[in-house]
Design a protein around this ligand. Structure first.
Ligand SMILES: Nc1ncnc2c1ncn2[C@@H]1O[C@H](COP(=O)(O)OP(=O)(O)OP(=O)(O)O)[C@@H](O)[C@H]1O
Ligand SMILES: [Mg+2]
Length: 230
């Protein structure tokens, strides 16, 4: 099976003194895996996600994502890589409040130069899939947290990314909405989407992930696979 992510001796130091915030780390994530990254606050979870997303570069080692050595890409190529290959979901949604739900979802497609009609069709398909079609013309500020996170997931998926990354996607949600988003991630995994989910919440990790790693002080302390995909 192809690896979507491969870290080889990858490390990140924010300063020259002391130990790295992350790594050095070897990690391979196969296509179709749903990986949960857990660990205490400050253990390097977001740092790992940022390296994989191409939002930050390792200070040592190699980071290969979807077949590209992204640690070697320049700013321009990296921005393009992120737009075309990576979908990201954040704790606080990061939607644009002055665009409608439909326009928020279409935007990343339009930024890659997709034809307007194609972008609209893909956005419609995702809104249908995620049960938010009735909010298409609404502005994000009018939606509940759970609905907003569904919009954010639809936006992340509009370009059919090789990899969906989520940093605490249920962190700002109440229990019921958190449960909805959890179910959505399970569905996406079932559909074959490769995903990496950062979470403090072990129950969320257990429910959504086919594999869970735990970071402690930037190092891998646990790496376990679920026996079967639910
Ligand atoms: N931009 C930065 N500059 C300097 N140090 C940083 C920076 N970002 C993170 N760090 C440090 O690197 C370490 C790992 O941080 P990181 O944000 O990856 O942890 P985390 O596991 O995501 O924590 P949390 O669960 O609180 O989100 C911490 O010690 C943090 O203080
Ligand atoms: Mg974090």
């Amino acid at each position: 099976m192809t690896d979507v992510i491969e870290l080889a001796g990858a490390a990140k130091r924010y300063d020259n003194a002391g130990t790295p915030a992350l790594g050095p780390l070897d990690l391979a994530v196969a296509e179709g895996e749903a990986l949960a990254v857990t660990g205490p606050s400050g253990s390097g979870k977001s740092t790992l996600l940022n390296l994989v997303a191409g939002l930050d570069k390792p200070t040592e080692g190699a980071v290969t994502v979807a077949g590209e050595r992204i640690d070697r890409l320049g700013e321009h190529a990296l921005a393009r890589f992120r737009r075309e290959r990576i979908g990201m979901v954040f704790q606080f949604f990061n939607l644009l409040d002055d665009l409608t739900v439909a326009d928020n979802i279409r935007l990343p497609a339009q930024l890659t130069g997709a034809a307007r009609r194609k972008a609209a069709a893909r956005a419609d398909e995702l809104m249908e899939l995620l049960g938010i079609t009735r909010h298409a013309r609404a502005y994000p500020g009018r939606l509940s947290g759970g609905e907003r996170q569904r919009v954010a997931v639809a936006r992340a998926l509009v370009n059919r990314p090789a990899l969906l990354l989520a940093d605490e996607p249920t962190g700002a949600l109440d229990t019921a909405s958190g449960h909805d988003v959890r179910e959505l991630l399970v569905e996406l995994h079932r559909g074959g989407q490769t995903l990496v989910l950062v979470t403090h919440d072990m129950a969320l990790a257990r429910a959504c992930a086919s594999r869970t790693i735990q970071l402690v002080d930037g190092r891998l302390s646990l790496d376990t696979r679920a026996e079967a995909v639910r």
